[in-house]
Design a protein around this ligand. Structure first.
Ligand code: KG4
Ligand code: ZN
Length: 339
C-alpha cells in the first residue's frame, strides 16, 4: 500500500559498492551514500569476490549511519534490500544487515531484485515515466530489454546471449591496458580521440545488429580487440581503439532497442544500469530517435544514479511495496530480471 510521506531506507551490497539511501515517496532522495572498493579492484584489474565481501562487512554499518544522519530510525517507514543477483558473499552482508535492523526496529522489509530496481532510477525526480515503458538495462553482468506495462508487470523481450555490454567495456579496456572499471576508462579515452578525429568508426563488428530479434552478443568483440591490440601499441592508437569499441557497443544497443520501440510502441523508453552513464550512448539514442522520428519519451537517469546505489533500490520498493517475512528473505545470486 502506498503511503505518502513514506521514507524508505535502501541497502545495496550486490557487488563492490556498499550503498545506503533514504528516499521519500519513491522520488525524493534525502540521502544517498555510496562507498566503493573500486580503488582496490583497480589494483587487481577486477573484483575479487572474497575481498569485496570483506569490504562490505567493514563498511555497511558506517554507510547506513551516514545515510540516516539526522534521522531517527523511528522516522523510517520500511527497509529495503537487494537480494540478488550479484556476488553471494556481498549480497549476504546487505541481506543479513537489513534483516537484523528490521527486526530490531520492528520495520517491514521489502526484498528487491537489483536489475529491475536499476530501472527505477528513472522515477527519482519530479515526473514519473509513463507506461507502457520499454527499458534497456545495461549493467556489468546483464543486458536485458524488458517491456513494463505497469509496476510489477514486466515482460522480457531480449538480452545478451553471452557477455553483457558492461563486461564488453571492461574486458576490452583490460586488453587496451586501460584501468578498471573499463566503461568510464574507455569513455574517457574515446572522448580524447573524438575531440580531434572525425573519421567514421567502423573497425569492429556489430554482431546481430540486423537480426530480427532483440538479442545481443558481445563476446566476439574482445577477440576482435585482441587481434588489433596485438599489432598496435601507441597511445594514439589506444584511444582510437577505445572509440571504436565504444561505437560498436553503442551502435548495437541503440539499433536493436529502437527496433523494439518501433515494434512495441511504448510511451517511454528508459535506460538503466552502469553503461547508461555513457555519454555517447545517451547522445546516439537522442540522435537516432530524432532521425527515425520515433514518438517516445526518452528517459535516462543522472549518470550518478545509473551506477550502483541504494536510491533506486528504495524507489523500486516504494512503487512495489511488498514486504516479506524474515524467514522468506534470502540472498539469491542467480536472480534474473523476470524473477
Ligand atoms: O550497474 P552497474 O554499476 O553495476 C552492476 O550492476 O553491474 O554497472 C557497472 C558497469 C561496468 O561494466 C562499468 O564498466 C559500466 O557499468 N560503466 C560504463 C560507464 N560507467 C560505468 N560503461 C560505459 N560508459 C560509462 N561511462
Ligand atoms: Zn547494478
Amino acid at each position: 500500500m502506498l503511503k505518502l510521506g513514506m521514507k524508505i531506507l535502501g541497502i545495496e551490497t550486490s557487488c563492490d559498492e556498499t550503498a545506503a539511501a533514504v528516499v521519500e515517496n519513491g522520488t525524493e532522495i534525502l540521502a544517498n551514500v555510496v562507498a566503493s572498493s573500486a580503488e582496490m579492484q583497480a589494483k587487481y584489474g577486477g573484483v575479487i569476490p572474497e575481498q569485496a565481501a570483506r569490504q562490505q562487512v567493514r563498511t555497511v554499518i558506517p554507510v547506513i549511519q551516514e545515510a540516516l544522519s539526522g534521522l531517527d530510525p523511528k522516522q523510517i517507514d520500511a527497509l529495503t534490500v537487494t537480494v540478488g543477483p550479484g556476488l553471494i558473499g556481498s549480497l549476504l552482508v546487505g541481506v543479513e544487515t537489513a534483516k537484523t535492523l528490521g527486526y530490531l526496529w520492528k520495520k517491514p522489509i521489502i526484498p528487491v531484485n537489483h536489475l529491475v530496481a536499476h530501472i527505477y532510477a528513472n522515477w527519482l525526480g519530479e515526473k514519473a515515466p509513463q507506461f507502457p515503458a520499454l527499458a534497456l538495462v545495461v549493467s556489468g553482468g546483464h543486458t536485458d530489454l524488458v517491456l513494463m506495462k505497469d509496476h510489477g508487470e514486466i515482460g522480457w523481450i531480449g538480452g545478451t546471449r553471452d557477455d553483457a555490454a558492461g563486461e564488453a567495456f571492461d574486458k576490452s579496456a583490460r586488453l587496451l591496458g586501460l584501468p578498471y572499471p573499463g566503461g568510464p576508462s574507455i569513455a574517457k579515452a574515446a572522448a580524447e580521440y573524438l575531440a580531434t578525429n572525425h573519421q567514421p568508426l567502423k573497425l569492429f563488428p556489430r554482431p546481430m545488429i540486423d537480426e530480427e530479434n532483440f538479442d545481443f552478443s558481445f563476446s566476439g568483440l574482445k577477440t576482435a580487440v585482441l587481434r588489433e591490440v596485438s599489432h598496435q601499441s601507441s597511445t594514439v592508437n589506444r584511444s582510437r581503439l577505445a572509440a571504436e569499441v565504444q561505437e560498436a557497443i553503442v551502435d548495437v544497443l541503440v539499433k536493436k532497442t529502437l527496433d523494439a520501440v518501433k515494434k512495441f510502441k511504448p510511451k517511454s523508453l528508459l535506460l538503466a544500469g552502469g553503461v547508461s552513464a555513457n555519454s555517447r550512448l545517451r547522445e546516439k539514442f537522442m540522435l537516432e530517435i530524432g532521425s527515425r522520428k520515433l514518438k517516445v519519451e526518452f528517459r535516462v537517469p543522472n549518470p550518478k544514479l545509473c551506477t550502483d546505489n541504494a536510491a533506486y533500490i528504495a524507489a523500486y520498493a516504494f512503487f512495489n511495496n511488498k514486504p516479506s517475512s524474515l524467514d522468506k528473505i534470502s540472498a539469491n545470486a542467480e536472480l534474473t530480471i523476470t524473477d
